[in-house]
Design a protein. Structure first.
Length: 110
């Protein structure tokens, strides 16, 4: 029995992925997705604000966690909990995160 020939790929050509574009297309095409996504809009905005603050400060998760006095894995859970509805960080935790990034926590209603 002859083995099938397997071609060997010699280069890696990644497929670009832009989550914002994907979400935009999915929201347009899928009403159930749009409803679920829109229900979490405030949590996604909060997560975006946290990640933006950390990036602007130039810190890694480990550095922010150290400044907050917690483990990096705990900070990863805080960042990943927003949008998952598994856990909502307290105002005290959000305030500590903001301070660790050199920011001040402000909340506004629009």
């Amino acid at each position: 029995m002859e083995k099938p020939k397997v071609s060997k790929q010699t280069s890696y050509d990644p497929v670009p992925f832009n989550p914002s574009v994907w979400v935009g297309k999915r929201r347009t095409a899928d009403a159930a997705f749009r409803k679920a996504y829109d229900a979490l809009e405030d949590e996604f905005a909060a997560l975006d604000a946290l990640l933006k603050a950390r990036k602007e400060a130039g810190f890694t998760q480990a550095q922010v966690a150290d400044r907050m006095g917690i483990r990096q894995s705990s900070l990863a859970r805080i960042e990943s909990s927003l949008g998952s509805q598994k856990h909502s960080p307290s105002f005290a935790t959000l305030r500590k995160y903001a301070q660790a990034c050199g920011k001040k926590l402000l909340i506004r209603l629009v």
